[in-house]
Write a new protein. Structure first.
Lengths: 395, 308
């Protein structure tokens, strides 16, 4: 009797797996920080990938196959991202890898992908060195940190014309490279860097360092932070009544709605560099932004747009590639020239970067509690507010 | 010159505010250490639990965190008593190779609390953006022509004042009431207290509950100033531990002084050396206390009273 049961179970198992093999699915495992400090962004990206997947499947999938997504939680720790990437490539034999949020995690995955000669698309990791290592298989759609602030610099030079700047930044890869870039760009145009101070993410009290900033009296205070630090910084700047001509953020924490929710009136008039906003005129941007808002109650951050566009990029690449071998996919990636809801994607190798998508960046400003695109003026959804009122004069 | 003075005074003020909060966190741990002779390494996690209670009451019922000051500490008091009675005491009674099982037990409890919170509430940052979160009072409001501007943040000031009030109430409780005296007796000599008729078991339960309630109060005061996530506890357990050592194990006065010293030291380090060095400053103080002043600040205070 026992033997009969075993035989039956074996047949069933075989039947099921055989069935799965014949179903027309193409599966992707995507590493994301679903828990831990960057969970919020992991969630935004997951939802955006899912939105794109649903749309792609509704139109027939990739080469007729249904796209299935699995999300692996890296907890925001590069060591875990690394092992997830190894699993995806070695065990799942996924033809192309994409995902991850932070620069540190993206860097870890990029190293694994390059080692194993598998193409990897960097979605949101912005640290410059990811595409400066002469990697053949790593392609990045988001601008590198050095270019994040291009739009912001143009705003500073054209409108604000500051003479001095103070830079505060969080101590990981993202903050450090953003701060270094701003320092370099500022020096180049003759803005004096009065202070460049790093802090540990999660710090409680910035007032000691902010008092020193107040004493230095810079024209602009530039901060590179993730969201909670960004809120605390602005709230404490308001408490100390530091009256700089402008408060500027280097994207990330400053560019998402939570920043305004947590800082309340301290966020008003703060500008930030950003890679994308729901108001941009690219094809699919408005539909994506409004669709996301309807489904999840708030506009997606630029990370969501990057994830959404990556899904479409993968579809485009896999459809153009002659076969799904690493070499053919990499060739197809290199030949990419498309416009997505995030913006144009075309990979170039120049200025010391390889396989990098160079894109215009924009500037947002919090006006009446909402992020508005203010620069370049041709994309603006509202007129910029400058000069800004002092803290005492705000109601 | 005025600018330098302003930076210094604002830094010292931040240090005092921070110190007050640290003192409140440290007092609970030092009390538990003094009475029960165990290092409560789940101290920060208890604070986290209280902060989640405050957060959810704010989210769902719109109750201000300062009002939760009357709700969370009693809840944590009962929770602490429960932990002591059903988890810590039984472990204490078991004869084993490691006499410090209770310490490992508290670490375990802390991990369970953190992970339950992560599963239940996700790792997302939570905050209670109350209207007065960035409100502040200024020196120039009182003294129109002051040469410098000092900012007194409302949430920090409330937190400091209430911390002082709670600490005073605690002192009164320990010094003047019967239960308080029994607790101090148990801390001084457990067996003698037992012989004198003190219900040592109950005192231990009450002490653990009290320590938990104190750190819960600190959590409620802290929530409007900062934000909340499940692994918040560990950094505060560490701070509480440093203050306990710095202040002298078991000494409430020492914890207060120790907290203030630590707060001011961290602020000064942050301004004049660099913000990244503040945690280093904390450990420097910790090691210096262990090496040069093993009995903590309390031993300095005791020495003085002997000389008198």
């Amino acid at each position: 009797m026992r033997k009969l049961w075993l035989a039956l179970v074996a047949c069933l198992a075989f039947g099921l797996t055989a069935g799965a093999a014949f179903a027309e699915n193409v599966e992707f495992s995507i590493p994301l920080p679903l828990t831990g400090t960057n969970a919020k962004f992991g969630e935004i990206e997951k939802r955006s990938y899912e939105m794109a997947m649903a749309e792609i499947n509704a139109k027939g999938g990739i080469k007729g196959k249904t796209v299935v997504l699995r999300f692996e939680d890296s907890q925001g720790k590069p060591e875990i991202s690394r092992s997830i990437a190894e699993k995806i490539i070695d065990v799942n034999k996924q033809p192309i890898v994409f995902g991850e949020y932070s620069s540190s995690s993206s860097k870890a995955v990029a190293a694994v992908a390059e080692e194993r000669k598998t193409p990897y698309v960097v979605v949101t990791g912005a640290s410059d060195d990811i595409t400066q290592q002469n990697y053949k298989y790593v392609y990045r759609i988001c601008p590198s940190n050095a270019y994040y602030a291009v739009g912001l610099m143009s705003f500073l030079e054209t409108v604000v014309k500051p003479k001095s700047i103070a830079i505060l930044y969080e101590s990981s890869d993202f903050g450090t490279s953003g701060a270094d870039e701003m320092a370099k760009s500022a020096e180049k145009v003759g803005i004096k860097v009065l202070l460049k101070e790093k802090y540990e993410k999660g710090a409680v009290d910035f007032k000691p360092v902010l008092s020193a900033v107040k004493a230095a009296n810079p024209d602009v205070i530039y901060m590179v932070s993730y969201v909670m630090d960004a809120s605390l910084l602005m709230r404490q700047i308001k408490e100390l009544r530091i009256d700089s001509k402008l408060f500027a953020g280097g994207a990330a924490g400053f560019a998402i709605p939570e920043f305004v929710e947590n800082s309340k009136d301290a966020a008003e008039y703060v500008v930030t560099a950003t890679l994308w906003s729901p108001q941009l005129p690219f094809p699919g941007t408005k539909e994506f932004a409004e669709g996301y808002k309807t489904k999840h109650g708030a506009y997606p951050s630029y990370h969501g747009a990057e994830a959404y566009a990556t899904m479409y990029l993968i579809k485009d690449v896999l459809e153009r590639a002659a076969t799904w071998s690493s070499e053919d996919i990499t060739k197809a990636l290199a030949a990419t020239d498309m416009t997505t809801a995030f913006g144009p994607i075309k990979f170039e190798s120049k200025d010391g970067y390889q396989n990098q998508n160079f894109m215009e960046t924009f500037v947002l400003q919090v006006i009446k509690g909402k992020h508005e695109t203010i620069w370049p003026e041709k994309y603006a959804s509202a007129k910029y507010m400058f000069p800004i009122p002092s803290w005492r004069d705000r109601k | 010159m005025w600018v330098k003075l302003e930076v210094l005074l604002q830094t010292l003020l931040s240090g005092v505010y921070l110190g007050g909060l640290y003192a409140l966190i440290g007092i609970g741990m030092t009390l538990i250490l003094g009475v029960m002779k165990i290092i409560n390494l789940t101290h920060g996690q208890l604070m986290m639990v209280a902060m989640y209670i405050a957060f959810w009451l704010f989210e769902i019922l719109h109750i201000d965190p300062y009002v939760t000051l009357f709700i969370a500490p009693p809840l944590l008091f009962i929770f602490g008593m429960g932990l002591q009675k059903w988890l810590i005491d039984p472990v204490l009674r078991v004869e084993s190779i490691l006499p410090h099982n209770q310490v490992i037990l508290t670490v375990g409890i802390g991990m369970v609390l953190t992970n339950v919170a992560t599963i239940a509430f996700t790792g997302n940052y939570r905050s209670t953006p109350v209207d007065y979160a960035s409100k502040a009072y200024y020196l120039t409001d009182l003294w129109r022509n002051a040469p410098i501007e000092l900012s007194f943040s409302l949430p920090w000031t409330v937190s400091f004042v209430l911390a002082v009030a709670i600490t005073t109430a605690l002192w009164y409780f320990l010094a003047k009431t019967d239960t308080g005296k029994s607790i101090r007796a148990t801390a001084q000599d457990r067996d003698a207290a037992l012989l004198m008729g003190v219900n040592v078991g109950r005192m231990r339960m009450i002490t653990f509950g009290l320590g938990s309630a104190l750190v819960a109060a600190a959590g409620c005061l802290f929530l409007p100033i900062y934000y909340l996530f499940p692994s918040l506890g560990s950094q505060f357990t560490l701070i509480a531990f440093v203050i306990t050592i710095l202040g002298g194990m078991g000494s409430t006065m020492g914890a207060i002084v120790g907290g203030l010293i630590l707060g001011i030291f961290e602020s000064v380090t942050a301004t004049y050396i660099g913000m990244g060095w503040a945690p280093v400053g904390r450990f420097v103080v910790f090691i210096a206390a262990l090496v040069f002043l093993p009995g903590g600040v309390a031993s300095l205070l005791k020495r003085r009273s002997y000389v008198k």
